[in-house]
Design a protein. Structure first.
Length: 115
């Protein structure tokens, strides 16, 4: 999305807010809202570009089993809570934590022997 498109979208949102503010007698300050939206949009765009660079430099993390164990544990908890599944979340997290501990221990041993 280009800067012109973002500016146009923010301008349209400002016009709509100003219209509703005047028609319904609301105490909306369109200038403050547009300023806030602009700051948020710019932050997200620039931070997004930096995040993409960070991910590119750490692409090896996707091959790490510890990353996937942490990802799976987070997803299991969220799915269980969202869909009301009666999964024993504490037991699942405990098992995944033990597996992750074994993986970390193996990695520490590998690092210690290479020095």
């Amino acid at each position: 999305m280009s800067r012109k498109t973002l500016t146009a979208a923010i301008g349209i949102i400002g016009a709509v807010l100003a219209f509703f503010s005047e028609q319904f007698g609301l105490s909306i300050d369109p200038v403050a809202i547009i300023a806030g939206l602009s700051a948020i949009t710019l932050y997200l765009l620039w931070e997004g570009k930096l995040d993409i660079k960070r991910i590119g430099s750490q692409i090896g993390k996707f091959k790490d089993p510890k990353f996937w164990l942490a990802f799976i544990s987070a997803i299991l908890v969220a799915v269980s809570e969202t869909f009301g599944l009666a999964l024993p979340v504490e037991a699942i997290i405990a098992v995944l934590t033990v597996i992750m501990g074994v993986l970390f221990k193996a990695e520490f041993k590998k690092i210690a022997t290479t020095k």
